[in-house]
Ligand binder design. Structure first.
Ligand SMILES: C[S@@+](CC[C@H](N)C(=O)[O-])C[C@H]1O[C@@H](n2cnc3c(N)ncnc32)[C@H](O)[C@@H]1O
Length: 343
């Protein structure tokens, strides 16, 4: 079975070699060709669903839960593989290596889930540079576009020192990626919805704030339905300087999207609705779409996490439709992923 990582094969190969040195993946593990849009189908569901079938209770079911490290019958594995292939979750050539010294969790799960984790850990700078290069190749940003890694590191130190963050899904590489994107786009007016304690908004707005500041922005709106989360976000941003243009609003993002006047040139989506989970992204975007300037960017978090994939199908379909957006790119830099769509 092969690894698929498409963002930058050079970086992926470097990380793979390191994992082989550490004994983390089988010596025979390889990188396979793939496309961004295929990644979600090809890699993450493949391994997580596989593990769920054997080692974990599938999300939302009450069936018996087999212990994670229970030895697995080869025959059962083959049956599951066939089923996954039929469902289109697994590449046709996927196979399980019975010779592997590790258990299935390491042999299959480690390879992709942990691969993405280690990718961010070992290659944060390279991934940043790789994404910049990709955006240049696609003509989305100027060939001279750059971001300041020093300004980003200053901001990171400040956030580390001053922010109270109860919990977060932000990985270090995602922090850098969000900072980098807003740095090169330099939006005048940004709206972020589902910003929780401000820990995600700070990377989206960081290029116009405090130690990370590289340009002047007009407005940044940070919206969350949870008033306590907004209170904490205000406290957190209150410990930074140059944040007068950042306004926090405790409100349902759908109402705020209807009420606030456009235009916006940068939209950050991270809400997780109690009713339809990440399905709310499409509702939010459809309300904001007429207010998004031509050439404006929409950045959506969590778009490759298997747990959300069905909730996000309609959203991804909408943004990948060329009638709605000129380009939409899956930035598979960690297990959560980011979809960047350009109007
Ligand atoms: C999972 S959190 C985002 C956290 C972020 N991914 C991180 O790693 O720190 C989702 C947020 O969406 C907010 N939310 C849920 N429904 C919302 C809505 N209708 N409008 C605005 N925010 C909403 C929740 O209150 C929560 O703070």
């Amino acid at each position: 079975m092969a690894l698929v990582y498409h963002a930058d094969r050079r970086i992926a190969a470097m990380v793979l070699a390191k994992l082989k040195d550490d004994g983390g993946v089988a010596p025979a593990a390889q990188l396979a060709d793939g496309f961004y849009q295929r990644l979600r189908k090809e890699v993450l569901p493949r391994d997580l669903d596989f593990l769920h079938m054997f080692g974990r209770r599938p999300i939302g079911t009450k069936g018996p839960c087999v212990e994670n490290d229970m030895p697995l019958e080869h025959e059962l594995i083959e049956i599951a593989l066939q089923r996954l292939k039929r469902n289109g979750f697994v590449a046709e050539d996927a196979y399980f290596s019975a010779e592997a010294t590790h258990q299935l969790a390491q042999e299959v799960g480690y390879r992709d889930f942990h691969f993405l984790y280690y990718l961010g850990l070992y290659a944060e700078h390279e991934i940043g540079a790789g994404v910049l290069e990709l955006l240049k190749q696609k003509g989305i940003i100027a060939s001279s576009a750059a971001y300041s890694s020093e300004a980003f590191e200053r901001l990171r130190q400040e956030v580390k020192a001053h922010f109270e963050i109860p919990d977060t899904a932000m990985s270090p590489v995602m922090e850098r990626l969000l900072y980098l994107l807003s740095s090169v786009k330099q939006p005048r007016r940004t709206i972020g919805i589902g910003i929780f304690c401000g820990n995600t908004l700070v990377w989206n707005a960081g290029a116009s704030c405090n130690g990370g500041k590289v340009y002047e922005a007009e407005n940044v709106y940070g919206i969350d339905i949870d008033a306590q989360a907004i209170c904490l976000a205000k406290q957190n941003f209150g410990r930074l300087t140059d944040v007068d243009h950042v306004e926090f609003i405790a409100e349902d993002g759908r109402l705020a999207a209807d009420r606030l006047a456009g235009p916006f040139d940068y939209i950050y989506l991270d809400a997780d609705s109690e009713v339809n989970g990440k399905g709310i992204y499409l509702e939010l975007l459809q309300r904001l779409y007429p207010k998004l300037s031509p050439g404006g960017w929409v950045v959506a978090h969590d778009t490759t996490l298997p747990a959300f994939r069905h909730q996000l199908d309609d959203y991804l379909h909408f943004v990948r439709d060329r009638r709605n957006f000129t380009e939409s790119i899956c930035l598979d830099v960690d297990i959560f992923g980011l979809e960047l769509s350009i109007k």
